[in-house]
Design a protein around this ligand. Structure first.
Ligand code: GUN
Length: 292
């Protein structure tokens, strides 16, 4: 078994980005500026947003964190999105999801200027991804592709099974791995809650991706010997032995599954840091796209 070390891979990417920023600075050019909007106090979202701000520091980017109370109105949030769209100092921005139930997430996502949509969630960017046109790729699936690429894992012609069809991971990843790109050219099966014989389907996978948010869902009997396993799960479970009182648990029962795999990504330290690295790549791209 080989570890797909997302932490080490993302560190390498951040170093490369920091170098690019240093070069830009020497040339007197603008440095990338990412803004993040966070609504409410959800612990998970706060951790992710703080990690994104920290990654900006590591890459030499500027960052701005905008926080609102849980009770913020949809109207006020949409006005902020509009202001960020029109602020030339901001190259790209994200609105951390999920949003409270009184706010229409799709409305907010669609209000973001597609040229600043570094999360790649806007329908225009999703459409461009499907057609293989230049645009922003969703950060988590793009991070998974980068993790495969930098670890020299061949994907062409491989059977890939994805568990979970979310808008931000499973669905875009199924498209990205199907396209005629490298990584890509997989035969993809996108499974979900109505899939029959899931275990048998998973056993056909050369590359198995678990993205359902159910701790320890994938067990050894679901994995073909020698498969590559990618774990996108990040569920917080109570753990009194940890200072924080919780630990992150993936969708894959790591210890037993690792025994049969050729490569496996851990949680934490796998896909999570790669998502953040992708966001940084997209932010630099946003700045270049807008010719700054
Ligand atoms: N919530 C979970 N993952 C993400 C992400 O990649 N971006 C945003 N904006 N919200 C998320």
């Amino acid at each position: 078994m080989n570890l797909l070390d997302g932490k080490a891979t993302s560190l390498q990417i951040k170093k490369e980005l920091a170098l690019a920023v240093k070069q830009r600075k020497m040339e007197g050019k603008k440095i990338p500026h990412l803004a993040a909007v966070l609504v409410g106090n959800d612990g998970g979202s706060l951790t992710y947003v703080n990690a994104k701000v920290k990654a900006c520091e590591e890459c030499g980017f500027e960052s701005t964190l905008i926080r609102y109370d849980e009770s913020v109105s949809e109207d006020l949030l949409l006005k902020k999105v509009e202001a960020l769209n029109n602020d030339p100092s901001i190259d790209g921005f994200i609105v951390q999801l999920p949003l409270p139930s009184h706010i229409d997430e799709m409305k907010v996502t669609q209000a973001i200027d597609p040229n600043k949509d570094v999360d790649g969630f806007h329908p225009e960017n999703i459409g461009k991804m499907v057609l293989n046109l230049p645009g922003f790729l969703s950060a988590t699936p793009a991070g998974i592709l980068e993790l495969l690429k930098r670890n020299k894992i061949q994907t062409a012609g491989k059977n890939c099974v994805i568990i979970g069809r979310s808008n931000i991971v499973g669905t875009p990843l199924s498209i990205m791995l199907t396209r005629n790109t490298d990584p890509g050219n997989c035969t993809v099966t996108l499974t979900h809650s109505m899939t029959q014989n899931l275990k048998e389907v998973c056993l056909t996978a050369d590359i198995l991706v678990a993205a359902i948010g159910q701790p320890n869902f994938v067990t050894k009997d679901m994995v073909k010997p020698g498969a590559v396993v990618i774990d996108v799960g990040t569920t917080r479970v109570e753990d009194d032995t940890k200072k924080a009182g919780w630990r992150l648990v993936g969708d894959v029962k790591f210890d037993e599954v690792a025994e049969v795999t050729s490569y496996i990504s851990p949680v934490p330290g796998g896909v999570g840091p790669m998502t953040i690295a992708s966001l940084m790549i997209n932010t630099l791209k946003a700045m270049e796209l807008n010719n700054k």
